[in-house]
Design a binder for this molecule. Structure first.
Ligand code: GAL
Length: 655
């Protein structure tokens, strides 16, 4: 009975003659049109208002919000698609720009090019003969999150079978899978190969070594003033005079011996490789306290991360007392009973300690900032033994006269001066969300790293949106000064007292760590370290992955190819090889936003030609995550890349 009714309805709505063989978009099931915010609506804007673009109102159409995708089965029966598209007028301030894309059978048929609020609607008029599936897509262009998009007067002309909207099935999530091989019991020296320090300041460097204990770690050629603890591998003392010192490190246990050179560069530059460590923000937010910080430091040691090069334990916002002391000192609040003791404890483990403040009167979390106390605070931090300061713009907006470059740089110059005078190596992390193209001047204000974007969250849109848009800043990364696309969002995160597992899928997490390694990005773990599971440890403790991130050449990767949903990013390495990431899916790739087949397999088979990478000659190729050499067939290499996942290769020329 039910089927009969549906059939009669079908005959009434779809048979020729009845509705002039035109199906309006608003007559299809628009619940199946995905929207980046709220639900797509027939004959209304996404916020439920009458459709209006550039001052003109429209009776018919569909209102949605980028990122949006709609898949329609045409049964190879359609003849044309006709619509106007535009940005809805309903957002008063801050409407985002958009791009409308129409695809047929996995191919792009039409793009609107970027459109902004106030632009007259654009006409889209397309023949559809022979096309089986039609996809209507709206991309946000990253300039705002208010992306209200309208498909206006949209219709599909067809012969006899009515087009139907398809419910898109997102590919099933792969359960966590571990790629990193188990740590070998043989000695292996890991972590940074080059280390910068300033003459005359206290020196601390832990030689990271994996392998069975007991282990003896020695360093020959250490300059005067430095010595190594052979049990822990911690080198301490006073940084020698300006110059470069090559130290030969040896790690020996009952199974064998490993050697490696460490270059100590005594000069002005710190962070000659991207800083690696932990920061409290993405897990604990403002609920951070001393116990949580200690637990993270302990996990760094007990779970072995320190032996892979992880170093910093950074307290973000939330440590500051409500008032300055009578002598003007900004002490910690009751959650941090003794900062100096905490720092001593952290140093005794071979780790380093970081802290946070704002150049404004208040931090972003509403705590006291450093404004007008710059020298005082820098000295306090030096006295506590702090090794890293994240200096976050926040309420400096109330102080700055305008948005000129001079005003953007001013507070960072003041702190630069204060840090220079305090006789301690303090890595200087600028946080002002990339304003004024900070990468162009961050190094001039002595920044060792600078945030290039707003805050990251644990979604694919956020992570891939940030990661894959690190394009304009590439040339500004290098030893001592790094682009910072924000902290890692693997493991248990939460930005407050209650935590959850990251919302990234396992493949997305591989993409995250691979991309950050290729980008030579600072690696700051943002999760609860005391709850690290095997999968997350596998992401964080792969020495060949870390080696790419820490490569002494310090070159940031850039994209070399982007087609059919596959993007390839590549960076040259110090040993004349290349690290290459082959990613399945970017945030702005229309192809990737549509589940074309209900049973679409996650993985794509990709043939990477060496010529795609602009490489000539013979090469050996290694799978970096699996730490295995791959078979090279002639001039190409075949890989399988999971949906939102990555294949990470090291390509080395051979004679
Ligand atoms: C934000 C910053 C975050 C975190 C937070 C603390 O401005 O981008 O990373 O530090 O402030 O309040």
């Amino acid at each position: 009975m039910k089927h009969l009714l549906i059939f009669i309805l079908f005959l009434m709505l779809c048979l020729p003659g009845k509705s002039q063989n035109v199906k309006w978009l608003d007559e299809l099931n628009v619940d199946y049109m995905s929207a980046g915010w709220s639900n797509s609506k027939a004959n209304k804007s996404i916020a439920g208002n009458p459709l209006k673009v550039a001052g003109s109102s429209f009776q018919r159409g569909v209102g949605t919000h980028a990122v949006s995708s709609f898949l329609i089965d045409l049964n190879s029966n359609a003849q044309f698609f006709k619509a106007q598209v535009g940005v809805d007028d309903e957002i008063d301030n801050g409407a985002g720009s958009l791009e409308f894309v129409v695809m047929g059978d996995k191919k792009i048929l039409w793009r609107s090019n970027p459109m902004k609020k106030g632009d007259a609607p654009k006409d889209c008029n397309l023949p559809l003969t022979g096309i089986k599936k039609l996809a209507l897509i709206v991309l946000g262009l990253g300039d705002s999150s208010n992306d209200h998009a309208d498909w206006l007067n949209a219709q599909i002309g067809y012969k006899d079978i009515c087009p139907v909207a398809i419910k898109q099935i997102t590919p099933p999530e792969t359960p966590p899978y571990v790629l990193t091989p188990k740590v070998s019991p043989f000695p292996r020296i890991n972590g940074a190969k080059v280390f910068g320090a300033r003459p005359g300041n206290p020196f601390l460097f832990k030689v990271a070594v994996t392998g069975k204990r007991p282990m003896t770690i020695t360093a020959s050629g250490l300059p005067n003033g430095l010595s190594i603890d052979s049990k822990t591998g911690i080198i301490t003392g006073t940084t020698p005079a300006k110059g470069e010192y090559i130290v030969k490190l040896t790690a020996q246990n009952s199974l064998g011996k490993a050697t490696r050179n460490l270059k100590i560069v005594s000069g002005d530059l710190l962070a000659l490789t991207p800083p690696m460590g932990w920061n409290s923000w993405n897990c604990w937010g403002l609920s951070v306290d001393q116990e949580k910080v200690k637990a993270s430091a302990n996990a760094m040691i007990n779970k072995g991360l320190i032996e892979h090069g992880w170093t910093f334990i950074n307290i973000d916002d939330g440590w500051e007392a409500p008032e300055r002391a009578s002598d003007g000192t900004l002490n910690p609040n009751a959650k941090f009973p003794n900062m100096k003791e905490l720092t001593n404890y952290i140093h005794s483990q071979g780790l380093k300690m970081g802290i946070y403040s704002s150049p404004g009167p208040k931090t972003c979390g509403g705590f006291l900032g450093t404004y007008l106390n710059e020298h005082k605070d820098a000295n306090t931090w030096a006295d506590w033994g702090i090794d890293y300061i994240k200096y976050d713009w926040c309420s400096y907006t109330d102080v700055a006269k305008d948005w000129s470059l001079g005003e953007l740089q001013k507070p960072y110059l003041v702190m630069q001066d204060a840090l220079k005078k305090c006789n301690r190596d303090i890595v200087y992390s600028l946080c002002q969300y990339g304003w004024g193209n900070v990468w162009e001047w961050g190094a001039k204000v002595s920044g060792n790293l600078w945030r290039t974007t707003g805050d990251i969250t644990d979604t694919w849109t956020s992570m891939s949106g940030i990661g894959f848009s690190q394009l304009k800043n590439t040339e500004f990364a290098g030893p001592g000064h790094w682009n910072d696309p924000d902290m890692l969002i693997v493991g248990k995160v939460g930005w407050g007292p209650s935590l959850h597992n990251t919302h990234l899928t396992p493949d997305e997490q591989y993409t995250h760590i691979t991309l950050w390694s290729l980008l030579a990005a600072p690696l700051l773990i943002g999760c609860d370290m005391s709850q690290l599971d095997d999968f997350t440890l596998n992401l964080l403790c792969n020495d060949e992955v870390i080696e790419v991130n820490q490569d002494p050449l310090g070159k940031q990767a850039s994209p070399v190819k982007n087609s059919n949903g596959i993007q390839i990013w590549m960076r040259p390495l110090e040993d004349h090889s290349y690290a290459v990431g082959i990613f399945n899916g970017g945030n702005d790739d229309p192809y990737d936003l549509v589940s074309w087949d209900s049973n679409s397999s996650n993985a794509k088979a990709v043939k990477v030609l060496f010529s795609d990478l602009k490489l000539k000659g013979k090469f050996k190729v290694r799978d970096i995550w699996r730490q295995k050499n791959l078979e090279v067939k002639g001039n190409s290499i075949d890989v399988k890349v999971p949906h939102h996942g990555v294949a990470f290769l090291k390509i080395t020329p051979v004679k």
